[in-house]
Each structure stands twice: as structure tokens, then as C-alpha cells.
Design a protein around this ligand. Structure first.
Ligand SMILES: [Zn+2]
Length: 405
């Protein structure tokens, strides 16, 4: 169902928006009473004020019945096929599944068959992606391959879901749905802002039907999921290989002894005849690094969430118009460059978690014809996260080799 704050036609259900101890819009319990004795919810306030004087009206979201089909000019690899079968098996047995697949494994395509099956059974299907840039990219791919299907992409700025059989959405937009989806795929569960965010988890839960099938996908796996998997509450499947079956590039560590050492190292690195992404922990460090490189004759550009011309910066890097792109963790996932190296400055900074480092390692050597990329972590200290990331990449590569035998 779809939930509205205003009454249009006759709703299927009407509920009080907020009670003394609970908000029905976000299922939160962070309720405050104001001086007038009105109760309102603090958790979902940014979606517009909501209080106990208001109602939520729930309507059926009608979608046209269609015969859906996939048109694709390539086949899934054996590993992708296995993962696709895993999802279909979870779906037909009504079980929750977790697929761990490294970056570049072609995760989206692994969901096609299960989505197709659910759509043809006239089920409501949702696909959650935390990052808008990735969502737009995935939307294009679905449009191309699901030629008969009405597909919506919901994010801040686009809330149009009329007639959509398949809804791609950020987790934030799930607030407008109530027990709507029979099948929900949740991609990049390890990514900001979804990871460790109980508010968004609540919204996603609220949007799914009681017996819905949830399928999670991620390159890394956190403790909470690990626990649920070991308790057999969630089924698990690992795709250790990328589609070209090449191992992931293992990060190397380099200790920094002094600022001069760092500066010299950086300039030498950027002057090599290869393109590289230089990851920095903060926007301030990015600005300073970019200026420093320019002063030392290195053609570089800087990109962060604040950059206004992100697409242009990325496109001209792709066109090899310059060699060094300084970036915050903005480019940690979702964007593919054919043949690059990665350098992490201040890799011991807390923004570089195990998950982030693994994602960044996935930026390197992503296409079959290029595999010589390297990833180097520069830092004063070697952190737990750095070691854990390295260990997990080695483990995934070993699992990959075992499967290849
Ligand atoms: Zn609320």
C-alpha cells in the first residue's frame, strides 16, 4: 500500500499518524509532547511535521498486469548463474538470503531471474540502493533489459511510482510505503547511509509485507549479519570471483615517516605514466592535496560530495584528460574506470574502515583486459581495519581459486 498524509478517495485504511508513544509513519518511538499537548515524532520530522492531530491514509497501489521478459545480449557466467539460482531458491522457499559478492561480480544481473519470476507472478518487487548515483546506473540497466516492465526510480527529487511493477528506490523513500513489497532486494547493505542505521532499517521493514522475501547483497559482511547466518536465520551464498574470474588486487601497505616523505612519495606516484585515484579521508585534506599537487606540476582534479560538476570531472578522467583524481570516499563504489591504480592517503584515518578499503580495492583491475592495477595504503600506523581488509581479500581470492579447481 501507499501511505498519504492527505485524503484523496476512500482509503483502504486510516490510522492515527502519531500516538503518545509511537509514530505510524516511521515506526519510531521518539515522541515528544509540545506545550499545546500535541504529540509529534522527532525521528521522521525531516519528511515534514507529523503529529497526533493527523492521519495516515493507505491506498492500494495498482500496477498493470503484464507478461514480463528479459532481453539481454550476453549470458550469465557459471558463478552468476549459481547466485541467481540461490536467489530463486530463497524466493520459492520464502527464506531470507544474503549474497556476498565482491565488487565487479555483476550483482545486479544475478537478481534478474528472481525479479522476473516474481513479476510474472504479479508480485510487487522493490530494489533498494543506498546511493543515488548507483541507483541511476542500475535503473538504466533494468530499463534496457526488462523491456516490457514499468520501472520507477525513487530518490530525493523523484517520487513518481505510478504503474511501476518494479520500484528501484533509496531506503529513505520507503517511508511512503506500507506492507507493499513481496520481494525486496537490498543492495550494498554495508554502505552508508543504510549500514548501522536503525531508522532506515525500520522504513524498509515497514514497506515489506509480512511474509516478504528479503534478499541482501553486499561486498562485505558485518557482524550482525554474520550472527544471523550462523544461527541459520538467513541463508548465505558467496560469489568470490569477479565476472572475469581474476583475483582481487591485494592492498600493499607503506609507512610514512615524515611529511616530506609523504609529499615526495605522492608527487613521484602521480608522475608515473598511469592514471590513479588518490583517496583522502576528508574534504579539507582533499583540497589541500589537490593544491599541493598543482603547485608541484601534477595535473590533478578533486572530487567530493560537494563538487558541482561531478559528472564532468568523472567523464574527463575517463577520457584520460588528466592522470590523477583526488577523491573522498565518494568514489569508493559504483563507478568503474578501466585501468587505474589506487592510493589511500592517511589510510589509518577512521573513515577507512575494513569495508571501505575492500570497496576501494574493487576499483582496481575491474575489466578483464586490464589486471595490472595496484592499490597502496599510505599511513603512519597500520590499523586493524587495514589488516582485516587485506585478510578478507586474500580469503576471497583463496575461495575463488578453490572454486576454479
Ligand atoms: Zn516518525
Amino acid at each position: 500500500m501507499i501511505e498519504k498524509l492527505y485524503r484523496k478517495d476512500k482509503p483502504l485504511e486510516t490510522v492515527k499518524a502519531v500516538t503518545k508513544n509511537r509514530c505510524n509513519r516511521c515506526n519510531g518511538t521518539n515522541i515528544q509532547e509540545d506545550v499545546m499537548g500535541v504529540y509529534y515524532c522527532l525521528d521522521c520530522f525531516e519528511y515534514g511535521e507529523i503529529n497526533d492531530q493527523m492521519s495516515l491514509y493507505r491506498y492500494e497501489r495498482a500496477v498493470p498486469f503484464k507478461r514480463h521478459r528479459i532481453e539481454m545480449d550476453y549470458h550469465l557466467t557459471d558463478l552468476q548463474k549459481k547466485a541467481s539460482d540461490f536467489f530463486i531458491d530463497c524466493y520459492s522457499k520464502n527464506q531470507i538470503g544474503f549474497l556476498q559478492a565482491v565488487c565487479g561480480a555483476g550483482k545486479t544481473e544475478m537478481t534478474y531471474q528472481v525479479i522476473l519470476q516474481a513479476l510474472n507472478e504479479h508480485r510487487k518487487v522493490g530494489y533498494i540502493l543506498p546511493r543515488v548515483a548507483v541507483l541511476k546506473e542500475v535503473y538504466k540497466r533494468f530499463k534496457k533489459h526488462f523491456i516490457e516492465t514499468n520501472i520507477a526510480a525513487l530518490f530525493e527529487g523523484n517520487k513518481q511510482h505510478d504503474n511501476a511493477n518494479l520500484v528501484l528506490s533509496t531506503p529513505q523513500q520507503m517511508i511512503y510505503f506500507y506492507k507493499e513489497f513481496d520481494l525486496l532486494i537490498i543492495d550494498e547493505v554495508d554502505a552508508y547511509p543504510y549500514a548501522n542505521n536503525p531508522f532506515l532499517e525500520r522504513l524498509v521493514k515497514k514497506a515489506t509485507k509480512q511474509n516478504a522475501v528479503l534478499l541482501y547483497m553486499s561486498a562485505t559482511i558485518n557482524e550482525a549479519f554474520q550472527n544471523q547466518i550462523s544461527k541459520k536465520e538467513i541463508r548465505y551464498h558467496l560469489v568470490p570471483s569477479r565476472y572475469h574470474k581474476k583475483p582481487l588486487v591485494v592492498p600493499k601497505f607503506q609507512r610514512i615517516r615524515s611529511t616530506k616523505h609523504l609529499n615526495d612519495f605522492l608527487v613521484n606516484w602521480c608522475n608515473r605514466p598511469r592514471q590513479s585515484l588518490v583517496f583522502v579521508p576528508t574534504i579539507d585534506i582533499g583540497i589541500v592535496t589537490n593544491e599541493f599537487l598543482h603547485l608541484n606540476g601534477v595535473e590533478a582534479r578533486f572530487i567530493s560530495s560537494q563538487s558541482k560538476d561531478k559528472n564532468q570531472i568523472i567523464q574527463s578522467f575517463r577520457n584520460q584528460e588528466y592522470r590523477t583524481l583526488v577523491t573522498t570516499t565518494l568514489l569508493e563504489r559504483g563507478v568503474t574506470f578501466p585501468d587505474i591504480d589506487c592510493l589511500l592517503l592517511w589510510a589509518d584515518h577512521r573513515v577507512f574502515t575494513k569495508e571501505t578499503i575492500i570497496q576501494i580495492a574493487g576499483r582496481v583491475g575491474r575489466l578483464a583486459e586490464f589486471e595490472s592495477g595496484s592499490i597502496l595504503l599510505l599511513s603512519t600506523y597500520i590499523t586493524k581495519a587495514m589488516k582485516a581488509a587485506r585478510k578478507e581479500i586474500i580469503r576471497m581470492n583463496q575461495a575463488n581459486e578453490m572454486q576454479a579447481v
